[in-house]
Design a protein around this ligand. Structure first.
Ligand code: GRF
Length: 215
């Protein structure tokens, strides 16, 4: 059985989508993958309750208990390594990670970001998209590199921006895409249909049709 560890900081709707898909598609049997643990850097993250409801082990490791980023990331890497994960997913994990951490999990670390990277890294992506006047916006799942919201792209989902959109309406449609995209990418990587090779994403031909999603 391969293990997956999910890192969260808040609401946990992507975690919920992941756990629901894992259950519905019976990943433990079909891809021999199980969500071994959910780790949050915030004790008040609503996603912790979602994990518990799915019977997944949870751990809180507060960054506030550490005097520097390096110390926190070392402790976090240790907490993750206990589970010997095949894959680590950042599902709304709102921390900038050190190079050492990212290198330790190279090729095994996925993030979901609410924009069509490389456009709009960072926060308030929907506000950024509206301000820029783009006509197409979306979500990206990528392998993590040590720059913020950067790294080889696995898959993207796009939605059209409507003239009457506001931040909230746009966020809602993009989030719905994230919820489809993230579980799909996790399954593809866990199955070995997608992998990282010298900083390039490689995919089996059979996976190609699943890498772009139009909302
Ligand atoms: C998502 O939009 C994710 O892409 C971003 O933070 C948000 C987390 O939402 N990194 P949730 O906690 O998964 O509901």
């Amino acid at each position: 059985m391969k293990n997956l560890v999910v890192l969260i900081s808040g609401r946990g709707s992507n975690l919920q989508a992941l756990l629901a898909t894992a259950r519905a598609e019976d990943w433990e049997r079909t891809i021999e993958l199980r969500v071994a643990a959910v780790i949050s850097n915030r004790a008040d993250a609503a996603g912790l309750q979602i994990a518990r409801e799915f019977g997944v082990a949870v751990q809180v490791l507060s960054h506030l208990d550490f005097s520097d980023r390096e110390g926190f990331d070392i402790a976090l890497a240790r907490a993750i390594d206990v589970h010997r994960p095949e894959l680590v997913v950042l599902a709304g994990f709102m921390r900038v990670l050190t190079r050492t951490f990212v290198e330790h999990f190279a090729g095994r670390l996925l993030n979901v970001h609410p924009s069509l990277l490389p456009a709009f890294p960072g926060l308030a992506t929907h506000r950024q998209a509206l301000a820029a006047g783009v006509r197409v916006h979306g979500a990206t799942v990528h392998f993590v590199s040590s720059d913020v919201d950067a790294g080889p792209i696995v898959a993207q989902g796009a939605v059209g921006v409507r003239p009457d959109d506001n931040e909230e309406s746009l966020a809602q449609r993009v989030l719905a895409l994230e919820h489809q995209l993230l579980p799909r990418c996790v399954a593809l990587v866990a199955r070995g249909d997608i992998w990282l090779e010298r900083d390039q994403v490689r995919a089996r031909a059979t996976a190609a049709s699943q890498l772009a999603l139009l909302g």
